[in-house]
Design a binder for this molecule. Structure first.
Ligand code: SF4
Length: 315
């Protein structure tokens, strides 16, 4: 399988680009995920010409806006440079399917970065880093996650889910845009979307069945935004249970009474938190191989990412 291009904060990739001359090498990204991900390291601070080592910077609340300034000399302001770098980097990251950033950085943090008052005291507000905040504004559909949050199994699965879905979106619909390719994509992702948001599942279905009032580029742009926003929502076990029963519906006429009961028991065990999601998925996949149609066997929900990553093993 071709590796997926992922942008990453350069210090997470092990490069010595931090203000103190060090790095923050991520074992998870580099040792576990590198079989699937090809990394593009980016350091916005180095990108705007800052040296390493360098004086530290921090976010400052100026009332009407958040800026980023040098700690020791607040007259030195990097806000324009760092937000401008987010615009400048866009062509370079056009074909990446995700971005992993480091937390707490006034440049790269995605959320909850500490903000200070102009007098140097910590304020009670937080923000995204200037560079990543601007990038999220410019590319709202791009899966972005903080490396620290990838320690949480649900957030990790959610991010990797989005990366694989977005990669397929880029390589199918964005590469060869047509209503047929869009319908094929939607058919394959229906149940995955349902697990994240039943409302989005309905709305995306309506978008695909365009009544002709929207142009194809508009349908694709609207679909992309709604798809990626809905996948960002962590799927609840209630939604997964609902989706599992929908998929089970495709097997009902072919399974013996005992086999049906076995599937129901396992889905119920998942619903009650006794077994992890991979258990009913594995059982459904087992019966799908024998009795399932191409349509249902092709559902992204059944195999959204490589099984070797063990991502559906949480309660
Ligand atoms: S700007 Fe970003 S990539 Fe560069 S050292 Fe700071 S956190 Fe790491």
């Amino acid at each position: 399988m071709k590796k997926i291009n992922i942008a990453i904060s350069s210090c997470l990739a092990g490069n010595q680009v931090r203000y103190d001359g060090g790095h923050k090498r991520s074992k998870y990204c580099l040792d576990v995920m590198s079989d699937w991900f090809e990394y593009l390291p980016i350091c916005p601070e180095m990108g705007v010409g800052m040296p390493t080592p360098r004086p530290p910077i921090r976010l400052v609340n100026q009332g009407d806006k958040i800026t980023v300034k040098m700690v020791d000399d607040p007259s030195v302001d990097f806000t324009q440079e760092l937000s401008g770098y987010a615009k400048a980097i866009l062509p370079k990251i056009r074909d990446v399917s995700g971005y992993i950033v480091i937390r707490n950085s006034p440049s790269c943090g995605m959320e909850r970065v500490k903000v200070y008052h102009e007098n140097g005291n910590p304020s009670n507000i937080s923000s995204s880093g200037i560079y990543t905040g601007e990038l999220m504004r410019l590319r709202p559909e791009l899966p972005i996650e903080e490396e620290g949050r990838l320690q949480d199994p649900k957030l990790r699965e959610n991010f990797i889910n989005r990366v694989f879905a977005y990669n397929e979106w880029q390589n199918s619909v964005l590469k060869s845009p047509s209503i047929k390719v869009l319908i094929d994509f939607h058919s394959r992702y229906k149940y995955l979307i349902m697990a994240h948001s039943y409302k989005a599942y309905k709305e995306l279905g309506q978008l695909v069945a365009n009544d002709g009032s929207k142009s194809l580029p508009k349908v694709i742009a609207d679909y992309e935004m709604l798809l990626m926003t809905s996948l960002k929502k962590v799927a609840s076990s209630k939604n997964h249970t609902n989706t599992l029963y929908h998929i089970f519906g495709y097997l009902k006429k072919d399974l013996s009474t005992e086999a049906k009961q076995e599937v129901i028991n396992v889905i119920e065990q998942y619903r009650k938190g006794i077994v992890t999601l991979i258990v009913p998925i594995t059982l459904l996949n087992h019966y799908m191989k024998q009795f399932g149609s191409d349509y249902i066997n092709n559902q992204a929900y059944l195999n959204p990412h490589p099984i070797e990553l063990g991502l559906r093993n949480y309660l």
